[in-house]
Design a protein around this ligand. Structure first.
Ligand SMILES: CC(C)(COP(=O)(O)OP(=O)(O)OC[C@H]1O[C@@H](n2cnc3c(N)ncnc32)[C@H](O)[C@@H]1OP(=O)(O)O)[C@@H](O)C(=O)NCCC(=O)NCCS
Length: 177
C-alpha cells in the first residue's frame, strides 16, 4: 500500500492521540498484528488476545492503553501495564507499536509523553520497557524521552540467525518530570 509522507504539522492535525475504549479492540489487534508481522520489532509474532480478550484487557484499570487514530484507523498503540503486586505497583511496563508508514512523524513521542503523564498521575514512579538491541531508532526515541539503559540480557533473542540482546530501559518520573 502506498502511504503519503506527511509533514509533522499535518500529522498533528490528522492523527489524534486518545485513551482507548472497548470498541477499539479490533483496531488495536489489527495495528499490533501488522507490526508483529514485520517480525523484527516485537517478541510475539501473534497478538495474544482475541477481540473479546482485548476488550477485557481494556477494562482493566491497571492496564492503560492509548491509541493514535488517523481518520478512524488505529495507527499506533501504547500500553502501560502497572505492576499487579503490592511490591511492584509503583512500576509500570511500557509497550508501543506504530504501524509502518506512520513512523518518525512524532506519533511515538506524543503517545509516550501522554502515557507517562498518566503514569505519574496514577502514582507510578518507575516506567520500564524492553527493546531489541537492533532497534536503535526506538532506543534513541526512548532516550530522548528520559529513559536510560538499566541493564542488558545478552543474546536473549534469536532473530533469524542473529543473536540479539534484550535492552532493559527505565525512567523515573520523580527525577524527570
Ligand atoms: C519506535 C517507535 C515507537 C518510535 O515512534 P516514532 O513515532 O516512529 O518516533 P518519533 O517520530 O516520535 O521520533 C522520536 C525519535 O526516534 C528516533 N527515530 C524514530 N524513527 C526513526 C527513523 N526511522 N530513523 C531514525 N530515527 C528514528 C529519532 O531519534 C527520533 O527523533 P528525531 O525526530 O529528533 O529524529 C516507532 O518507530 C515504532 O513503533 N516502531 C516499530 C515498533 C517498535 O519498534 N516498537 C517498540 C518495540 S520496543
Amino acid at each position: 500500500m502506498l502511504l503519503k509522507k506527511r509533514l509533522p504539522e499535518q500529522v498533528d492535525q490528522t492523527v489524534a492521540i486518545r485513551r482507548a475504549v472497548v470498541s477499539d479492540a479490533k483496531g488495536i489487534i489489527y495495528c499490533m498484528q501488522s507490526v508483529m508481522d514485520e517480525k523484527i520489532y516485537l517478541v510475539g509474532e501473534y497478538y495474544m488476545f482475541t477481540e473479546r480478550g482485548e476488550q477485557e484487557r481494556l477494562r482493566n484499570p491497571d492496564d492503560i492503553t492509548l491509541v493514535a487514530e488517523d481518520g478512524g484507523k488505529i495507527v499506533g498503540v501504547a500500553t502501560l501495564q502497572r505492576g499487579s503486586h503490592k511490591k511492584n505497583r509503583h512500576t509500570g511496563l511500557l509497550g508501543i507499536a506504530i504501524t509502518s508508514g506512520y513512523r518518525h512523524q512524532g506519533i511515538g513521542t506524543r503517545l509516550i509523553s501522554e502515557i507517562l503523564k498518566i503514569a505519574t498521575d496514577m502514582g507510578i514512579e518507575k516506567v520500564n520497557l524492553e527493546v531489541f538491541s537492533t532497534n536503535t531508532n526506538a532506543i534513541e526515541a526512548y532516550k530522548k524521552l528520559g529513559f536510560f539503559i538499566e541493564g542488558v540480557k545478552k543474546g536473549q533473542f534469536r532473530i533469524g540467525s542473529l543473536d540479539v540482546d534484550d535492552v532493559l530501559m527505565t525512567r523515573y518520573s520523580r527525577s524527570n518530570n
